[in-house]
Ligand binder design. Structure first.
Ligand SMILES: [Fe+2]
Length: 254
């Protein structure tokens, strides 16, 4: 099986439509998986919901922005995220809001092979940004007998690996992985982040996604440039609050 795994689209139609045209149609993909945050920050929430859920039929779990927009509850959001979320809700039909409300909450197990979640298996809102923050998540993998979990939310293609026989409560035993190619080995646990398709925050503005081939047991992290100037233009034209900040962070990858 070949799985294409994407996360954190954030209403960026330029990167999503290029992914659909350039990669999904040519890479011989069996299943598409979305780790949440279809909406928020950028200007095309309705088109992105339609493309991901209805056209691509991606297996999708909700992100914190999808949940906040669906239930109109922006507690704990920063000012710019909340205001962009309110703009998003005001620019969606009731049907599209229902699409977001009906998304499953992670974690989910895919084909008995691997887990998916938005933030972390133990908490959809948690950010995994260090070995220390990943310890309880590796314990979750061990308890559930799963080797691999794909997670999003941080918008960074940073992954973590731990030997199955190591003390996974000790962060010193957990390795941070920045490689674009990760070979899955049977004696290790993996927490893999495919990066963000619509708003990367690891200093590289190129869109990012992952390809997992279960025949070779290799995960590839793939990056591609897209017309982010068009995404920036729409943010300004459609008057999304804090638009100049949102547009500049796309170009800066932060
Ligand atoms: Fe996000």
């Amino acid at each position: 099986m070949r799985y294409l795994i994407l996360s954190d689209i954030h209403a960026n139609l330029e990167s999503l439509s290029l992914l659909a045209e350039k990669y999904i149609s040519h890479l011989n993909i069996d299943k598409i998986i979305c780790l949440g945050d279809i909406v928020g920050y950028n200007a095309d929430p309705a088109a992105c919901i339609s493309l991901v859920i209805h056209n691509l039929k991606a297996i999708t779990i909700r992100g914190n922005h999808d949940r906040a927009v669906a239930y109109n509850n922006f507690d704990f959001f920063s000012d710019h995220a909340r205001m962009a979320g309110i703009w998003t809700r005001n620019n969606l039909s009731p049907e599209h809001i229902d699409d977001l409300a009906f998304l499953d909450t992670g974690p989910e197990i895919i084909d008995t092979l691997f887990a998916i979640c938005h933030g972390a298996p133990t908490d959809e809102d948690k950010y995994i940004l260090s070995p220390y923050q990943s310890t309880s998540e590796f314990s979750w993998l061990q308890r559930n007998g799963i080797n691999v979990c794909f997670f999003g939310h941080t918008h960074m293609a940073l992954s973590y690996v731990c030997n199955k026989y190591a003390d996974m409560n000790n962060p010193a035993h957990i390795k941070t992985v920045r490689d674009n190619r990760i070979r899955i080995e049977a004696d290790k646990y993996y927490l893999i982040n495919p990066g963000s398709l619509g708003q990367p925050r690891d200093g590289n503005p190129d869109a990012c996604f992952a390809l997992f081939d279960t025949k070779t047991m290799v995960v590839e992290i793939i990056r591609f440039p897209y017309l982010l100037e068009n995404t920036q233009k729409k943010i300004i034209e459609k008057k999304i609050p804090h638009g100049s900040y949102l547009a500049s962070r796309l170009a800066g990858g932060y």
